[in-house]
Ligand binder design. Sequence first.
Ligand code: PLP
Length: 394
Amino acid sequence: MIEPDQIIYLDNNATTRLDPAVVEEMLPFLTSYYGNPSSAYGFGAQVRDAIEVARERVAALIGAAPGEIIFTSGGTESSNSALHSALQLQPARRHLVTTAVEHSATRRHCEQLAAAGCEVTIVGVDHEGAIDLDVFAQALRPDTAIVSAMWANNETGVLFPIAELAELARAKRVPFHTDAVQAVGKIPIRASDLPLNFMSLSAHKIHGPKGVGALYIQRHSAFRPSLFGGGQEGDRRPGTENVAAIIGFGKAADLASSFLAEEAGRVRHLRDDFESQIFARVPEAVVNGDRSNRLPNTSSLSFPGVDSAALLLLLDRYGVCCSAGSACLTGSLEASHVLRAMHLDEATLRSSVRFSFSRFNDGTDVARAAEIVGRVVEQLRVQSRSNPSVVRVA
Ligand code: PLP
């Protein structure tokens, strides 16, 4: 078992450490305040009130009204239910539009919908990970049930112009969903200023607990739930609430709101510093994706000539946590579908590693990680030069 204090955690797009203040706020709801929020007596009502505070906090983080937030089991469920709802409510519309770089939460769902008879148009991206607005507009049709486009890419951090995309969809009367799981808490978001219908959020990417998220449903947007049963969440997401997790999500959202401006600047500085130190040690390293239009915490780098699986294995031995492609792809030999969609050459694809930072990182993490990465890259280069067919990590 690796002790947490021995690692350098640079995989914050996979998940984040719980903020101790979040744990503190959750604990009473795991011990003393165990009432069912639906119960009529005061002991239940107290819990119900606490959930409403959490809802207000999550709504405030994305500039929405509390009534526009429903709690779910996470980003995956939120995105699934937005797409499901659109198809249920518009039986004559059997076409969906999405992009080539979505997280598997959307990508796999769309594959499954295509297998079930829907038509899915996948809009590609360019070398920098950017989407072409004209190509996107042309993909929208009278029978398009919904568009699903992510706000920030989990692998490269590249941001899509969500306001413009949503505007184009609205002009054609197509509902718009954005997977904002990676964007929330890292860049300012004001849902009320945007022509969005649905937005997916997840707590564990913002120092909240795992297994809880939210779906923003714009107040005038029709929604049909995927689950049926008790009337919780205004009948839009039935099932007894995951109370402590929701309370934790609320606290994490509140912290994210108060730290956002300062944190984004500090984390950007750490990320940029890390990249500078990497380039000083490995001048051939390249940044994948548009450097000027990406999340402040994400660095997708390729080290040509170095196999990313071997690199990850060695970095793991030195306690550096980072990832190649998205977390769920790790362990598979498939190169990242995101980097492939960006038409990167095979050498760049096979040597990519994602580092992602958070407010719990500091300059020491950056300096230690950059030194270790530089050393390990050099070690693997020497090995592959001496025997190009063998990559030894022993
Ligand atoms: N969407 C994106 C962009 C993500 O990065 C993730 C998590 O990795 C998800 C959706 C899934 O969220 P959750 O783990 O809360 O289901």
